[in-house]
Write a protein that binds this ligand. Structure first.
Ligand SMILES: *[C@@H]1O[C@H](CO)[C@@H](O)[C@H](O)[C@H]1NC(C)=O
Length: 400
């Protein structure tokens, strides 16, 4: 299988050089096993740089980001995840397919220096495979998911676990970032890692070492959070950063699981004939007269009664008018005549404007003695309007 993959890989690298964007990489993978594909920056760098430039000795190491999606869809298939820690790191596509089928994945690499893009197409064919009946999940505290996904690291981890399980027939089933399981983002200090869950499966039953973890005594030690001792002869950790956390081992015996309920049977898609359609009884007709009376007639009658009452109070029972009802016209006529008389009087008065005006309207009239001052020739230009005004240019005089 590995040889096959690398053959495809070489084929594709050539194809990229010759055909450009139409390169396809093909994979055939089984259901229920971890699939990992590393998006190598070097490969895409070759796409971005013409070979002549490479031979001229100019080697770039550009920052790159990747965008991956299922062809003609906005996102990746449900089972496939993408991760890239930093634009100077390689990206990874990884995941465990759960059902057979075919996925076509488009990968766009964006060069962060030149903003060129390169495209790669992965054709992933998923073939059915028997589930591994015995599975176990381990937590590796001192790792990050990108550090576990390179195949060399996967192999190292697998070797340790093979010794622990006491079998060679072991497959990695799933790898999960602890942050996806509610883990906390670590402090950005050396020695703090996100942590990774690695799930492996085998045809062979769990080893004694693995079963010891399940024993009640061991579980008690774990919940007490004391320094737990790894059972004697079970520590197969060869590289410190790959060491598993003993209290976080989980075993899954899929043979003991109750079978999943059978899938619902799919019918022909055509409804069976069940006689004529019988429409439901229409509801009894409703009588709206009482509603009409309550909401319209009763308020209307009340409104009319109130109107009549108000009209009676306003016109029929006015104090004073009622008694002299016959005389009203006379009074109104009287008022009319008075107004006419007064108008005539005013007209006459305005006709007699020729008469000399009353003394009090004359200027300089002393109201006590009746004496009149000779009228001033106010029209004369010799008299200044404001007597006390100073000459504006004479203020050179010293002031006291
Ligand atoms: C693998 O792990 C992810 C994340 O925990 C989960 O969503 C997915 O269902 C797992 N796949 C399998 C086949 O167990």
């Amino acid at each position: 299988m590995a040889g096959c993959r690398s053959w495809f890989f070489y084929f594709t690298v050539c194809a990229v050089g010759v055909f450009g964007a139409n390169a396809e990489i093909k994979f055939t993978i089984p259901v229920g096993r971890l699939f990992t594909y590393e998006l190598m920056r070097e490969t895409f760098q070759n796409d971005f740089e013409p070979l002549s430039k490479l031979y001229a000795g100019r080697l770039y190491d550009d920052a790159m980001t990747f965008k991956c999606n299922r062809q003609n869809y906005p996102d990746l298939p449900e089972w496939l995840r993408f991760t890239q820690r930093h634009s100077y790191d390689n990206g990874f596509l990884y995941g465990t397919p759960t059902s057979p089928g075919k996925s076509i994945i488009e990968v766009y690499a964006v060069n962060k220096r030149s903003y060129e893009t390169a495209r790669q197409i992965l054709v992933i064919k998923i073939v059915p495979e028997k589930m591994l009946p015995y599975q176990a999940e381990f937590f590796i505290k001192l790792r990050e998911v990108e550090k576990v996904l390179p195949s060399s690291v996967q192999d190292e981890i697998k070797q340790d676990l093979q010794k622990l399980w006491d079998t060679e027939a072991l497959e990695i089933v799933n790898v999960t970032n602890a942050l996806d399981r509610g883990g906390r983002v670590p402090l950005p200090i050396a020695g703090h890692f996100e942590g990774v869950y690695v799930k492996v499966g085998s045809e062979q039953y769990f080893s004694d070492c693995l079963l010891k973890v399940q024993s009640p005594g061991y579980q008690r030690q774990c919940s007490a959070e004391a320094k737990v001792k790894i059972p004697g002869g079970c520590n197969f950790c060869s590289i410190p950063s790959n060491c598993i956390t003993w209290c976080k081992i989980e075993l899954f015996d899929l043979t003991k699981q109750e079978p999943s309920p059978p899938a619902p049977t799919v019918g022909s898609g055509i409804l069976e004939s069940g006689g004529d359609f019988n429409p439901p009884e229409s509801p009894p007709s409703r009588d709206y007269i009482p509603d009409y009376i309550v909401t319209v007639i009763v308020p209307l009658i009340l409104a009319i009664i109130l109107c009549l009452l108000l009209a009676y109070i306003m016109y029929g029972r006015r104090e004073g008018v009622e008694k002299r009802n016959g005389k009203t016209n006379e009074i109104q006529l009287y008022h009319h005549h008075t107004i006419l008389d007064n108008t005539d009087e005013l007209r006459n008065m305005s006709g007699n404007r020729g008469v000399s005006p009353p003394l009090s309207t004359l200027p300089m009239f002393n109201s006590r003695t009746g004496e009149r001052a000779p009228p001033l020739h106010s029209d004369s230009p010799t008299i200044p309007l404001i007597m006390a005004q100073h000459d504006p240019y004479s203020d050179t005089l010293p002031r006291k």
